[in-house]
Design a protein around this ligand. Structure first.
Ligand SMILES: *Cc1c(COP(=O)(O)O)cnc(C)c1O
Length: 219
């Protein structure tokens, strides 16, 4: 696959779902990829990327932005509260707001700066104990807390359980977002972005289908 192939498939999925292709943003997930693959996608003109680790992103994107001009980079991995400050200055969006302590920290940083990245609340739709995200039953309370902190929220994000059909999770997330009045829906990865688009995704996070398999090396 290449960036071009994926864009073609995204457009086809939008048309099949009777949606405007401009209503879906393709986030190229560049975590752990060799730099030359990331540069190739930048040279193809793509300007929206996703990263999972603050340190890795901080080591990569200031240089790449100096070289290629403005590039939007979204944080899609779990965010430690002690890295929130670096994250707010580095990322255009954070997809993984998932607990009150992080929300409080982000609210304070946003107030200091007078601006805030675009924020998504991660929802643990599969209620998996090892996975980050607010449980569906806790979402309303969490959103109320964020509103009380004046924290602007844009949307919801989910990662469906591995090995399960993603569609019920995407549908659940879309219904929750509609119910609470949020516009953004960050859902869909290499294996299921077509289903996510059909369910209303506004942001799809596609890594290996664009860049090839990730090699984490020996750990
Ligand atoms: C790594 C990652 C992706 C991309 O996964 P692929 O299967 O390579 O497309 C998307 N979302 C999140 C949250 C990720 O951590």
């Amino acid at each position: 696959m290449s960036l071009h192939d994926i864009k073609t498939r995204v457009s086809a999925a939008c048309i099949a779902a009777a949606r405007d292709p401009a209503s879906v943003q393709l986030i190229a997930v560049s975590k752990v990829q060799p730099l030359e693959r990331v540069v190739a996608v930048l040279e193809d003109g793509h300007r929206l990327f996703g990263e999972n680790y603050v340190q890795e992103a901080a080591a990569k994107w200031p240089d790449l932005r100096a070289r290629f001009g403005p590039v939007a980079v979204h944080m899609i991995g779990p965010l430690q509260t002690n890295k929130a400050k670096v994250a707010v200055d580095l990322f255009d969006a954070i997809h993984t707001v998932d607990r009150p302590s992080l929300a409080e920290k982000l609210a304070r940083l946003a107030q200091d700066r007078g601006r805030c990245p675009t924020l998504f609340v991660q929802v643990n739709t599969g209620e998996e104990p090892q996975k980050a995200g607010v449980l569906p039953a806790d979402l309303d309370g969490f959103l109320k807390d964020c509103t009380a902190m004046d924290l602007p929220l844009y949307g919801l994000m989910c990662i469906p359980p591995e090995g399960e059909d993603s569609t019920p999770h995407f549908t659940m997330l879309a219904q929750m977002a509609a119910r609470v009045g949020l516009t953004g829906l960050s859902m869909g990865m290499s294996g299921d972005f077509v289903a996510a688009i059909a369910a209303g995704a506004t942001h799809i996070r596609v890594g290996s289908a664009i860049f090839g398999a990730r090699d984490y090396g020996p750990r």
